[in-house]
Design a protein around this ligand. Sequence first.
Ligand code: NAD
Length: 688
Amino acid sequence: MNRDETFGNGKIELRIDGDVAVVVIDNPPVNAGSHDVRRGLLEAFAAIESMEGIVGVVLAGANGTFVAGSDLKEFGAPLGEPQLPSVIAAIEAMALPVVAALDGAALGGGFELSLGCDGRVAATGTVMGLPEVGLGIVPGAGGTQRLPRLAGIPTSLGMICGARRIAAEEALRLGLIDAVAGDDLRMAAADLARRLGGKRRVRDLAVPAADPAELEAARSAALKAGKHRPAAIAAARLVELAATTPFDEALAEERRIFQDIRLSPEAVALRHVFFAERAAGRVDGLSAAPRKIQLAAVIGAGTMGAGIAYALLRAGFGVVLIEQNEAALAAGRERVEDLVAGDAAKGRIGEDEAAGMRARLSPVADLAAVAKVELVVEAVFEDMAVKSALLADLGRIAAPQTILASNTSYLDLDALAAASGRPDRVVGLHFFSPAHVMKLLEVVRGAKTSDETLATGLWLGRRLKKTAIVAGVGEGFVGNRLYAAYRGQAEMLVEDGALPWQVDAALEGFGMAMGPLAVSDLSGLDIAFARRKRLAATRDPAERYVKLPDMLCDVGRLGRKTGAGWYRYDGGKRHPDPAVERLILSEAEAAGRERRAIPDEECRDRALAALVNEAALVLDEGIAQRASDIDVAFVNGYGFPRWRGGPLWWAAHEGRSAVLAALPQVAAAVGHGFRRGDVEAMLERIGG
Ligand code: NAD
């Protein structure tokens, strides 16, 4: 028998290979489980059941991947029949054994589908897991009930609540799969189907007994990994049901929770961020192909340069590390090598990989070395004179096609581009600190940046596994400009009557990873101080100016690195400091300013409203491409709680009335020079 058929609008192919039926899911690019896929699978299974001479079924994915997850676009509305549990029930009800052939990714609904099969074989490099909790939902097609039957409750708690992805080798160790396949995955799966000879349903297995102490430890670790968010709490309860409740009853409960939670504001917000991240790096009308560079130079091997060099090395690039003299070069080289050694010691990279990185790093104290590279990233001092002199040198020395990127945080990229004499080849690559850790990358498009240069910046972001947004030129680009409005409002709150720890607690209570004043301490108060000094000459004297941060710097309180800033630090822990409170009170008294008690809600709402207002301006000016890019930037670069969907999503939904009510307060607090954005129109566009 040899016939090929397709089902589900061509998304499912059925091939007969001797005595085995091979069902292939083909829904590019990642075979997401969609309505067509589910319907097609049921039709294919029904067709197989009417055939003769078949001893087993292989379920596989085309496009180099099994099923990377369910199509999240379907999750916001009622799900059409058939739903995934019916497909899995059909597999379990078939008389023939079904073996899943896993490669690429088997995640979420894809992994659940495989758990409904009688056996699983995976190609090396396959990743598996149930990441639903990270999207604010729970597995809804038996994942919380079948996984514990294979891996036990403690391991399942960790995997599900921590949204942990595991590799094929670990899956084999945990008993989730039967084998890691050699060269021919589908043949290995077919062999297993033949060997099984009959059904071996996961649902019929007993849940292995867990040691009480191990269970308790897994429970608390799981909730912590799930950040104690509602989806993690619900998922943990469901996993534990596996040990106490009959399978079908627990399965029904799981489905009930899934249907409920997928429409929760948190799940909707997390799906928004998911799609926003996928949209972020896209630029309408950009069709130029990137230059696929291999060798880059990083100039300035300080805090940022070292992190950028390390990120490039880890992504496989060759890196020429350049400093202004031998002493600075030696220190910079050591910083990069420490990063390599640190990750190797933690097992994040293998010894071979570490050796490869060391071999690809060439430190030199001579700018002439840029002549041979295809891309230069400069991370020298944030000083216009220093940077433009460097760009002018680079314009002379680097090959004409070489792309020149600046990591400047605030300086005018167009001025730097002009200094280079090749503005079309200049782009901003604004990394966040630490550059090898933080996900966010602002790719700054100058007035003359060519499409190829921009495309190369975005390509590099993808190679470095960053989430990139495109920003236009303007003081602080997108992220830092909005952040400055937010932090400025926090400082005004302190001047108006709040204390730093009250402002931070209000924003941390909202979900920010760290309050704004603690963040200033972490980055160093001297950085913003230097910038204020730079802007002093052009500042309108009528503008409100909060002197407190300058006063902290004047007494040597530069933040964490000096053991004191807005807070006092010991052993890395921050403490409210009565000395800071005295400083704040005496400054108010000297200025003859009345302080008033400020409610926590006002602290939170004013800081966030200031951010949202600046966002409206940035969008109107075209500095940011789209509102969702701003959400992506704050979630990935500034510790904004992902589960709130980013600042604009939050403001357009749950936070709308709080933001609109706080805007007049922000306007009054800023006073002279305040620019009001059209926040109402922006929120209307986002939230409808
Ligand atoms: P840094 O002072 O730690 O490092 C700068 C390095 O550049 C020093 O090692 C210095 O010796 C070297 N350098 C200076 N002039 C040079 C020249 N002409 N040729 C070669 N090397 C030279 O500074 P940093 O914090 O790493 O910041 C570097 C850049 O990154 C700045 O533009 C800054 O605004 C930007 N940035 C910093 C952060 C942050 O959090 N620190 C975040 C994003 C962007």
